[in-house]
Write a protein that binds this ligand. Structure first.
Ligand SMILES: [Zn+2]
Length: 357
């Protein structure tokens, strides 16, 4: 068995996981860290400080789990984008990497040099999607490789990932799976007549414009407050959008309406995906669904109700909630590194067999 680290670099914190795994699929794999294992990211101070933070935090995570650091042979890293598919951060900068030294920085190569072990890279939404795929379709990489899933992560924004026959679609520029900016026929959603939902990207009526915290704040909440004069959230100020989820869970009718619109938007989006990919599984993750199981079930039913009628063969497509949402990025990053290690060691074995024959 080997130990593989999953490292999820967020805006303010780094989250770690450790995965013990054997060389072949049959030997299985096991996460050695259950919940969050965090260390401050300090990404605002630039790559030199941040990479040191990642290495220090990994040492702490290993010590907590009783694993000598030298046992960790591979690491998977995920970060917010925009970045290339191989981990070169955008030269135009981004919200999470504001320090000028980050511009065009190859964070995967930088971390590999710092840790002295092979490091793989994914953007954070794709890493979460890989975890969702693995966790819901079955913890068996050999079986996963045959299957297709679409994961939508509903948080501050809206992202996700498309996994076709076990492989993440990362695209030519690393922007594959930018699901939030796919346009949806929002005009067909009941109860938002006259709404023109704008997204930060400039599009009108993409998935993120209605199905994200930003979408609630910018579009849905102002719209519904007009329909519900005197609602307590009208005077809640800046926090109002964040309070919608809690109110919806408790049955507040305006906030339920807002979540119903989000669910219906997801239903329309999933319908597009069903027709493009004919997937095995649809998965919803992110902060929006970190709620009680009852509310999650209500949401799943509303998503399904939002999907136009499917072909008989596709009508039973499962829609699932992504498990372990807060550690999804780190877990997905570790699985990516595990796949890479198994592929490499498989190749070495077959080279060896050829050399011996
Ligand atoms: Zn957009």
């Amino acid at each position: 068995m080997r130990v593989i680290a999953g490292i999820d670099l967020g805006g303010t914190a780094i989250n770690y996981t450790l995965l013990a795994a054997g060389q072949s699929d049959g030997e299985g794999q096991k996460f050695l860290i259950e919940g969050l294992c965090e260390h401050p990211a300090r990404s605002r101070e630039g790559p030199a400080v941040c990479l040191r933070q990642i290495a220090d935090g990994l040492e702490i995570a290993a010590a907590k789990s009783g694993i000598p650091l030298t046992e960790i042979k591979f690491a998977g890293l995920d970060t917010p984008g925009p970045a290339s598919a191989t981990g070169v951060l955008s030269a135009r900068g981004s919200t999470n990497f504001v320090h000028p030294d980050w511009s065009g920085f190859d964070i995967r190569a930088g971390l590999q040099a710092r840790l002295g072990i092979p490091v793989t890279y994914l953007n954070d939404a794709n890493a979460a999607a890989l975890w969702g795929h693995f966790a819901t379709i079955g913890a068996d990489l050999a079986n996963d490789a045959k299957l297709t899933s679409i994961s939508v992560i509903v948080g501050t924004g809206n992202g996700g990932g498309v996994i076709v026959k076990g492989k993440i679609v990362s695209g030519r520029n690393g922007f594959g799976g930018e699901l939030g900016h796919v346009l949806i026929p929002y005009q067909s959603i009941a109860g938002i007549e006259g709404l023109r939902p704008e997204c930060n990207c400039g599009r009108i009526g993409d998935l993120e414009s209605v199905c994200s915290l930003t979408g609630i704040e910018r579009n849905l909440l102002p719209y519904f407050l007009q329909k519900y004069p005197g609602h307590p959230l009208a005077t809640a100020g800046e926090k109002a959008a964040k309070l919608v989820r809690g109110h919806a869970e408790q049955g507040d009718s305006m906030c339920r309406d807002i979540f119903r619109v989000q669910a219906r938007a997801l239903g329309l989006f999933f319908d597009e995906m069903v027709n493009i990919f004919d997937p095995d599984m649809l998965i919803v993750g992110g902060g929006a669904i970190e709620t009680s199981p009852e509310f999650q079930q209500w949401l799943l039913a509303e998503i399904r109700a939002g999907m136009p009628a499917q072909r008989v063969e596709q009508a039973d497509i499962p829609i699932r909630i992504m498990p372990n949402g807060d550690t999804a990025g780190a877990r997905g990053a570790a699985i990516r590194a595990l796949e890479m290690w198994r592929r490499q060691s498989g190749r070495r074995k077959s080279d060896h067999a050829h050399a011996g024959s």
